[in-house]
Design a protein around this ligand. Structure first.
Ligand code: ATP
Ligand code: MG
Length: 226
Protein backbone atom coordinates (compact mmCIF):
# COMPACT_ATOMS: atom_id res chain seq x y z
CA UNK A 1 0.00 0.00 0.00
CA UNK A 2 2.65 2.47 1.12
CA UNK A 3 4.97 1.69 -1.77
CA UNK A 4 2.10 2.11 -4.23
CA UNK A 5 1.26 5.41 -2.65
CA UNK A 6 4.82 6.74 -2.92
CA UNK A 7 4.99 5.63 -6.55
CA UNK A 8 1.70 7.37 -7.31
CA UNK A 9 2.71 10.57 -5.56
CA UNK A 10 6.07 10.64 -7.31
CA UNK A 11 4.37 10.26 -10.65
CA UNK A 12 1.87 13.01 -9.85
CA UNK A 13 4.72 15.34 -8.90
CA UNK A 14 7.00 14.41 -11.76
CA UNK A 15 4.53 15.02 -14.55
CA UNK A 16 3.87 18.74 -13.95
CA UNK A 17 7.48 19.30 -12.88
CA UNK A 18 8.86 17.82 -16.11
CA UNK A 19 6.51 19.99 -18.08
CA UNK A 20 7.48 23.16 -16.16
CA UNK A 21 11.15 22.36 -16.67
CA UNK A 22 10.60 21.83 -20.39
CA UNK A 23 8.85 25.16 -20.88
CA UNK A 24 11.45 27.05 -18.85
CA UNK A 25 14.29 25.52 -20.87
CA UNK A 26 12.61 26.40 -24.14
CA UNK A 27 12.06 29.96 -22.93
CA UNK A 28 15.68 30.29 -21.83
CA UNK A 29 17.00 29.01 -25.13
CA UNK A 30 15.33 31.84 -27.04
CA UNK A 31 11.56 31.48 -27.04
CA UNK A 32 11.42 34.31 -24.50
CA UNK A 33 12.00 36.75 -27.37
CA UNK A 34 8.71 35.82 -29.01
CA UNK A 35 6.03 37.48 -26.89
CA UNK A 36 3.16 35.25 -28.05
CA UNK A 37 4.98 32.01 -27.42
CA UNK A 38 6.27 33.28 -24.09
CA UNK A 39 2.78 34.10 -22.96
CA UNK A 40 1.52 30.65 -23.90
CA UNK A 41 4.39 28.90 -22.15
CA UNK A 42 4.03 31.03 -19.03
CA UNK A 43 0.36 30.13 -18.86
CA UNK A 44 1.27 26.45 -19.02
CA UNK A 45 3.85 26.93 -16.31
CA UNK A 46 1.23 28.65 -14.19
CA UNK A 47 -1.30 25.85 -14.71
CA UNK A 48 1.21 23.16 -13.82
CA UNK A 49 2.32 25.06 -10.72
CA UNK A 50 -1.30 25.24 -9.63
CA UNK A 51 -1.59 21.51 -10.07
CA UNK A 52 1.43 20.94 -7.89
CA UNK A 53 0.14 23.24 -5.23
CA UNK A 54 -3.29 21.50 -5.20
CA UNK A 55 -1.54 18.17 -4.88
CA UNK A 56 0.52 19.33 -1.93
CA UNK A 57 -2.59 20.71 -0.24
CA UNK A 58 -4.42 17.41 -0.68
CA UNK A 59 -1.43 15.45 0.58
CA UNK A 60 -1.19 17.64 3.64
CA UNK A 61 -4.84 17.09 4.51
CA UNK A 62 -4.46 13.37 3.93
CA UNK A 63 -1.48 13.28 6.28
CA UNK A 64 -3.35 15.35 8.84
CA UNK A 65 -6.36 13.06 8.64
CA UNK A 66 -4.28 9.95 9.05
CA UNK A 67 -2.59 11.46 12.09
CA UNK A 68 -5.83 12.57 13.74
CA UNK A 69 -8.14 9.82 12.54
CA UNK A 70 -8.20 7.95 15.82
CA UNK A 71 -8.23 11.12 17.85
CA UNK A 72 -11.02 13.07 16.12
CA UNK A 73 -13.01 14.59 18.97
CA UNK A 74 -16.66 14.15 18.17
CA UNK A 75 -19.03 16.73 19.60
CA UNK A 76 -22.58 17.82 18.82
CA UNK A 77 -22.13 19.90 15.67
CA UNK A 78 -24.78 21.63 13.58
CA UNK A 79 -24.78 20.37 9.96
CA UNK A 80 -26.81 23.44 8.91
CA UNK A 81 -24.09 25.90 9.94
CA UNK A 82 -21.48 23.88 8.08
CA UNK A 83 -23.68 23.74 4.97
CA UNK A 84 -24.28 27.49 4.99
CA UNK A 85 -20.59 28.33 5.33
CA UNK A 86 -19.40 25.84 2.70
CA UNK A 87 -21.90 27.13 0.18
CA UNK A 88 -20.88 30.71 0.92
CA UNK A 89 -17.21 29.97 0.31
CA UNK A 90 -18.04 28.41 -3.07
CA UNK A 91 -20.40 31.21 -4.14
CA UNK A 92 -17.98 32.74 -6.66
CA UNK A 93 -17.47 29.59 -8.73
CA UNK A 94 -21.19 28.82 -8.55
CA UNK A 95 -21.97 32.22 -10.04
CA UNK A 96 -19.18 31.95 -12.62
CA UNK A 97 -20.65 28.68 -13.92
CA UNK A 98 -24.26 29.94 -13.73
CA UNK A 99 -25.19 26.96 -11.59
CA UNK A 100 -28.39 26.90 -9.58
CA UNK A 101 -27.85 25.61 -6.08
CA UNK A 102 -30.85 24.49 -4.07
CA UNK A 103 -30.49 23.81 -0.36
CA UNK A 104 -33.15 22.19 1.76
CA UNK A 105 -33.62 20.86 5.26
CA UNK A 106 -31.58 23.54 7.01
CA UNK A 107 -34.30 25.71 8.56
CA UNK A 108 -33.80 24.21 12.01
CA UNK A 109 -30.47 23.10 13.52
CA UNK A 110 -29.48 19.49 12.93
CA UNK A 111 -26.97 18.33 15.52
CA UNK A 112 -24.77 15.36 14.65
CA UNK A 113 -21.84 13.67 16.37
CA UNK A 114 -19.04 15.14 14.35
CA UNK A 115 -16.07 17.43 14.01
CA UNK A 116 -16.73 20.79 12.43
CA UNK A 117 -13.48 20.90 10.49
CA UNK A 118 -13.99 17.36 9.16
CA UNK A 119 -17.61 18.00 8.20
CA UNK A 120 -16.55 21.15 6.39
CA UNK A 121 -13.96 19.23 4.43
CA UNK A 122 -16.41 16.46 3.57
CA UNK A 123 -19.01 18.82 2.19
CA UNK A 124 -16.48 21.09 0.50
CA UNK A 125 -15.00 18.16 -1.42
CA UNK A 126 -18.42 16.90 -2.51
CA UNK A 127 -19.63 20.36 -3.48
CA UNK A 128 -16.48 21.25 -5.43
CA UNK A 129 -16.82 17.97 -7.32
CA UNK A 130 -20.48 18.66 -8.08
CA UNK A 131 -19.49 22.10 -9.37
CA UNK A 132 -16.47 20.83 -11.32
CA UNK A 133 -18.24 17.97 -13.04
CA UNK A 134 -21.46 19.82 -13.91
CA UNK A 135 -21.64 21.85 -17.12
CA UNK A 136 -22.64 25.52 -17.04
CA UNK A 137 -26.27 26.21 -16.26
CA UNK A 138 -26.70 22.93 -14.34
CA UNK A 139 -28.27 22.29 -10.99
CA UNK A 140 -26.79 21.20 -7.67
CA UNK A 141 -28.90 20.33 -4.67
CA UNK A 142 -27.86 19.90 -1.08
CA UNK A 143 -30.51 18.11 0.94
CA UNK A 144 -30.32 17.43 4.65
CA UNK A 145 -32.72 15.02 6.36
CA UNK A 146 -32.92 12.91 9.50
CA UNK A 147 -34.38 9.49 10.05
CA UNK A 148 -34.23 7.91 13.47
CA UNK A 149 -30.69 8.09 14.82
CA UNK A 150 -29.19 9.07 11.48
CA UNK A 151 -28.83 12.16 9.33
CA UNK A 152 -28.40 12.04 5.58
CA UNK A 153 -26.72 14.76 3.62
CA UNK A 154 -27.21 14.44 -0.13
CA UNK A 155 -25.20 16.38 -2.68
CA UNK A 156 -26.79 15.86 -6.06
CA UNK A 157 -25.81 17.32 -9.42
CA UNK A 158 -26.97 17.28 -13.03
CA UNK A 159 -23.43 16.74 -14.28
CA UNK A 160 -21.57 14.30 -16.49
CA UNK A 161 -22.16 11.30 -14.21
CA UNK A 162 -19.88 8.33 -13.50
CA UNK A 163 -19.88 5.09 -15.53
CA UNK A 164 -21.02 2.11 -13.37
CA UNK A 165 -17.70 0.26 -13.73
CA UNK A 166 -15.89 3.13 -11.99
CA UNK A 167 -18.28 3.60 -9.08
CA UNK A 168 -16.49 1.14 -6.79
CA UNK A 169 -13.14 2.78 -7.31
CA UNK A 170 -13.68 6.53 -7.13
CA UNK A 171 -13.07 6.56 -3.37
CA UNK A 172 -9.55 5.21 -3.86
CA UNK A 173 -6.60 7.58 -3.63
CA UNK A 174 -5.62 9.09 -6.99
CA UNK A 175 -8.47 7.37 -8.81
CA UNK A 176 -10.01 9.51 -11.54
CA UNK A 177 -12.50 8.40 -14.16
CA UNK A 178 -10.95 10.54 -16.86
CA UNK A 179 -7.39 11.36 -15.88
CA UNK A 180 -6.77 13.88 -18.63
CA UNK A 181 -10.00 15.75 -18.01
CA UNK A 182 -9.78 15.76 -14.23
CA UNK A 183 -6.17 16.94 -14.40
CA UNK A 184 -7.20 19.78 -16.65
CA UNK A 185 -9.68 20.73 -13.92
CA UNK A 186 -6.85 20.66 -11.39
CA UNK A 187 -7.80 17.36 -9.77
CA UNK A 188 -5.47 14.82 -8.20
CA UNK A 189 -8.06 12.22 -7.25
CA UNK A 190 -7.60 12.57 -3.51
CA UNK A 191 -10.80 14.43 -2.63
CA UNK A 192 -13.15 11.46 -2.32
CA UNK A 193 -10.63 9.32 -0.46
CA UNK A 194 -10.43 12.12 2.11
CA UNK A 195 -14.25 12.24 2.29
CA UNK A 196 -14.45 8.51 2.87
CA UNK A 197 -11.76 8.57 5.56
CA UNK A 198 -13.37 11.43 7.42
CA UNK A 199 -16.91 10.05 7.27
CA UNK A 200 -15.64 6.75 8.69
CA UNK A 201 -13.64 8.54 11.38
CA UNK A 202 -16.91 10.15 12.52
CA UNK A 203 -18.68 6.80 12.63
CA UNK A 204 -20.55 7.43 9.40
CA UNK A 205 -20.20 6.61 5.73
CA UNK A 206 -20.54 7.92 2.20
CA UNK A 207 -22.30 6.37 -0.78
CA UNK A 208 -22.72 7.23 -4.42
CA UNK A 209 -25.35 6.75 -7.11
CA UNK A 210 -24.81 8.01 -10.63
CA UNK A 211 -26.01 7.86 -14.22
CA UNK A 212 -23.84 8.93 -17.11
CA UNK A 213 -25.15 12.12 -18.69
CA UNK A 214 -27.79 12.58 -16.02
CA UNK A 215 -25.90 13.27 -12.82
CA UNK A 216 -24.53 11.99 -9.54
CA UNK A 217 -25.69 11.85 -5.96
CA UNK A 218 -23.36 11.45 -2.96
CA UNK A 219 -24.93 10.67 0.41
CA UNK A 220 -23.15 11.14 3.74
CA UNK A 221 -24.68 9.52 6.82
CA UNK A 222 -23.74 10.66 10.32
CA UNK A 223 -25.22 9.87 13.75
CA UNK A 224 -27.64 12.30 15.32
CA UNK A 225 -26.09 13.81 18.46
CA UNK A 226 -27.59 12.46 21.66
N1 ATP B 1 -20.01 14.86 -8.93
C1 ATP B 1 -19.27 14.15 -9.78
N2 ATP B 1 -19.68 13.96 -11.06
C2 ATP B 1 -18.94 13.22 -11.94
N3 ATP B 1 -17.78 12.62 -11.63
C3 ATP B 1 -17.32 12.77 -10.37
C4 ATP B 1 -18.02 13.53 -9.39
N4 ATP B 1 -17.33 13.46 -8.23
C5 ATP B 1 -16.23 12.72 -8.48
N5 ATP B 1 -16.22 12.29 -9.77
C6 ATP B 1 -15.21 11.41 -10.40
O1 ATP B 1 -14.48 10.76 -9.35
C7 ATP B 1 -13.08 11.07 -9.47
C8 ATP B 1 -12.48 11.16 -8.08
O2 ATP B 1 -12.96 12.32 -7.40
P1 ATP B 1 -11.99 13.06 -6.38
O3 ATP B 1 -12.74 14.19 -5.76
O4 ATP B 1 -11.40 12.04 -5.48
O5 ATP B 1 -10.82 13.60 -7.31
P2 ATP B 1 -10.69 14.91 -8.23
O6 ATP B 1 -11.91 15.78 -8.10
O7 ATP B 1 -10.34 14.45 -9.60
O8 ATP B 1 -9.43 15.62 -7.62
P3 ATP B 1 -9.28 16.34 -6.21
O9 ATP B 1 -8.20 15.58 -5.50
O10 ATP B 1 -8.91 17.73 -6.53
O11 ATP B 1 -10.60 16.25 -5.50
C9 ATP B 1 -13.03 12.35 -10.27
O12 ATP B 1 -11.80 12.48 -10.96
C10 ATP B 1 -14.20 12.19 -11.24
O13 ATP B 1 -13.80 11.35 -12.31
MG1 MG C 1 -12.53 16.33 -6.08
Amino acid sequence: MRRDFVANVSHEIKTPLTSIKGYVETLLSGAINEPRTSMRFLEKIERNSERLSNLVQDLLSLARIEATEETLKLTATDWCEVITSVIARNEDVITQKSLRVKVSGISTPQLVMGDREAMTQVLDNLLTNAIKYTPEGGRVSVVLSAKGAQTRLEVEDTGIGIPPEHLDRIFERFYRVDKARSRELGGTGLGLSIVKHLAAAMGGDVQVESSVGIGSKFTVRLQVAT
